[in-house]
Design a protein around this ligand. Structure first.
Ligand SMILES: Nc1ncnc2c1ncn2[C@@H]1O[C@H](COP(=O)(O)OP(=O)(O)OP(=O)(O)O)[C@@H](O)[C@H]1O
Length: 271
């Protein structure tokens, strides 16, 4: 079940990436020797318990925090910082509270200097793609969490980046809203064929969404398993094969969770 991919198809290439942080006189190795070839259009989930380096890896691909060593390239170009080829969606929405829904979506397009008529067209089609038409004049504070996340997704889609990086985007939502947005995301992804790198703690979410699940180890963050998910979509979480994979991944994540727990106990004893 381990993924085998053709490097010549690689869109994002992560090669021998290592990241260490120094805090309070201690060095934490957040990532160690990460190697991943991600082809164009693949929906990849990074899965693992808290502290295994998922966000660190995503931030490195985004160019927010570069690796201590190793390299990341997008279409062969080294990642040296954030760029228009990579859009990021965070758990906390990161919307401008003083702007309406449509102004939030249009913001990046104004910065890019796009013509007003073109901005109007693009924002209009995103409002309809994400069922936000009736909310275009509202401010983020007047929206539910799910609606805010729709706006955040629309804002990233507006920029038309081929790569979407998503850091637990649905982590703060209730189960029903979360499933709705997962379905919306799958629909958008299959329509627009973005390359998606999606961080989650949730095994069910990873199995529901991903073409490929990269399970990470806890400190140092390495690739524990790289699994291709070949179940057709839309997937049925009640199906036996869905549950089989969930159980298998659950065992792997649990092992890392236990290492996290033992580490915390050991640190508490040292303090
Ligand atoms: N800026 C930083 N300074 C020091 N240590 C950091 C920093 N960022 C992350 N770390 C450490 O690196 C390790 C990986 O953190 P990271 O946030 O990437 O994990 P994660 O898997 O995304 O966890 P979570 O799901 O809780 O967000 C953790 O041990 C964390 O404490």
């Amino acid at each position: 079940m381990n993924a085998r991919l053709d490097p010549s198809l690689s869109h994002i290439r992560i090669d021998q990436v290592h990241k260490a942080f120094s805090t309070g006189g201690r060095v934490v190795t957040a990532l160690q020797d990460i190697r991943l070839e991600i082809p164009r259009g693949q929906f990849t989930c990074l899965l693992g318990p808290s502290g295994c380096g998922k966000s660190t890896l995503l931030n490195a691909v985004a160019g927010f925090s570069l690796p201590s060593s190793g390299s990341i390239t997008v279409d062969g170009n080294p990642v040296k910082g954030p760029g228009p080829d990579r859009g990021m969606v965070f758990q906390e929405y990161a919307l401008f509270p003083w702007m309406t829904v449509e102004d939030n979506i249009a913001f990046g397009l104004h910065i890019k200097g796009m013509a007003k008529a073109e901005i109007r067209d693009r924002v209009g089609s995103l409002l309809s793609m994400l069922s936000l038409g009736d909310f275009r004049q509202r401010f983020p504070k007047d929206l539910s969490g799910g609606m805010r996340q729709r706006v955040a997704i629309a804002r990233v889609l507006a920029l038309d980046s081929p790569i979407m990086l998503m850091d637990e985007p649905f982590g703060a939502l209730d189960a029903l809203t979360r499933r709705n947005l997962q379905d919306e995301l799958l629909r958008i992804w299959s329509e627009l064929r973005k390359t998606i790198l999606f961080v989650t703690h949730s095994i069910e979410e990873a199995v529901y969404l991903a073409d490929r699940i990269v399970v990470m180890t806890y400190r140092p963050g390495t690739v524990k398993r790289d699994v291709l998910v070949e179940m057709p979509r839309m997937r049925d979480p009640a199906a036996p094969e869905f549950n089989l994979l969930k159980r298998e991944l659950g065992g792997m994540v649990m092992e890392e969770q236990q290492r996290h727990h033992s580490d915390e106990l050991r640190m508490a004893a040292v303090d």
